[in-house]
Design a binder for this molecule. Structure first.
Ligand code: GGG
Length: 358
């Protein structure tokens, strides 16, 4: 990561590439940027936002979700901040594999960190989980194909790829997070039905957990989904494959109140490449353009980005302001309230200003 120090006071300046993308990404990303800019002046750092107009509109105009040298353009930045990808007129695998998946893979963002917490002041179960999703292999694979199109024998084959290196590094990262928390780790599996990859996953996770001194509870994904709903407080850190981790984080966020609150960090832990921060939610075309999207997930993702950049005090202030607004009952429609995106963002900005003045 390049960190730029400039000016007589050596103010830190971070270069962040912004891909607002599609749908509500275009609404929640500016909300989060407003909050980060407010924090920058309060905490004495600068963010140079490099706006990239990539996404479905780029695809409609140029036949690709980003320019051919898009990854090269991002490489020199300190982080990438992404909104959402997906549009009803373009197949979802085209939008995802044309932008987000190539960034995750080229920049070896093999950890997708997805915290889930119960919201202050809202009814519902107490939960505070960290989902550690493997982010560059597993069920998300390009290996396979289709044959016999248009015939009665038509079929599709999709291979999953699990490597020892890939499982070890995600299990190690999860075990380390678990040692900082409860010392217990839940591993999502399906080794009864998936007979090659999942028993391998179980074996490697168990080896890494034993080495790290962490107790691992290997739970079949179907039983784990039920446990998320029935006993969420019994779960702390979860390590999961690419697909299982994706599904579990939406489930966790829904149990906490709304998919509109779930943040994520796509991390290259070695910091050889920029990491990417994004709300877990998609482009939500059903509500896009109406100014009612919940910016919590984007704001919380921005807090994760600040923490990654080393601005931990600003990150904590942003998370506190966002949760403070929720605790005071300010909520968008997905949470049963009536606040617009702008009203919720204003409430967060007000709390940032009061905390800074105090
Ligand atoms: N916030 C980015 C976004 O649009 N995500 C939608 C999505 O379907 N992501 C799939 C994934 O994370 O693998």
């Amino acid at each position: 990561m390049t960190l730029h120090q400039n000016g007589p006071d050596m103010t830190s300046t971070y270069i962040v590439d912004v891909i607002a993308g599609d749908g509500i990404g275009l609404e929640v990303v500016p909300a989060a940027i407003e909050c980060v800019d407010a924090l920058a002046s309060q905490h004495g750092f600068r963010v140079d936002w490099r706006h990239r107009e990539w996404g479905s509109e780029h695809y409609r105009q140029h036949g690709a979700m980003m320019p051919a040298d898009g990854l090269e353009q991002l490489r020199s930045g300190d982080a990438v901040f992404l909104g959402a990808v997906g549009a009803p007129d373009i197949p979802d695998h085209v939008t995802l594999w044309g932008l987000l998946v190539p960034i995750r893979r080229a920049f070896q963002q093999y950890i997708n960190l997805r915290p889930v917490k119960s919201l202050p002041g809202r009814p519902g179960p107490e939960l505070d989980m960290l989902i550690v999703r493997e982010n560059v292999e597993g069920e998300y694979s390009e290996i396979g194909g289709r044959y016999g199109r248009g015939t009665p024998d038509e079929a599709a084959i999709q291979e999953a790829v699990f490597t020892r290196r890939g499982i070890e590094r995600v299990a190690r990262f999860a075990a380390e997070r678990s040692l900082e928390r409860s010392g217990t780790l839940v591993s999502a599996t399906k080794s009864n039905g998936i007979i090659h990859t999942m028993p391998f996953w179980d074996e490697v996770v168990a080896e890494v957990a034993a080495e790290a001194g962490v107790t691992v509870d290997s739970v079949l994904i179907d039983a784990l989904a039920a446990r998320f709903v029935l006993k969420p407080a019994s779960i702390d850190v979860v390590v999961a494959s690419n697909l299982f981790g994706d599904i579990l984080s939406d489930l966790g966020a829904a149990i906490a109140g709304s998919i509109g609150i779930a943040p994520s960090a796509n991390l290259n832990p070695e910091r050889a490449f920029p990491s990417l921060f994004e709300p877990v939610h998609g482009s939500a075309p059903d509500i896009a353009g109406r100014g009612i999207a919940n910016p919590t997930a984007a704001i919380w993702s921005a807090a994760m980005m600040l923490d990654h950049l080393g601005e931990s005090a600003a990150a904590a202030a942003l998370e506190a302001a966002c949760f403070g607004a929720l605790a005071d009952g300010i909520a968008t429609r997905d949470l049963g309230g009536s606040a617009t995106t702008a009203e919720f963002t204003h409430a967060v900005l007000e709390r940032l200003a009061s905390a800074s003045a105090a």
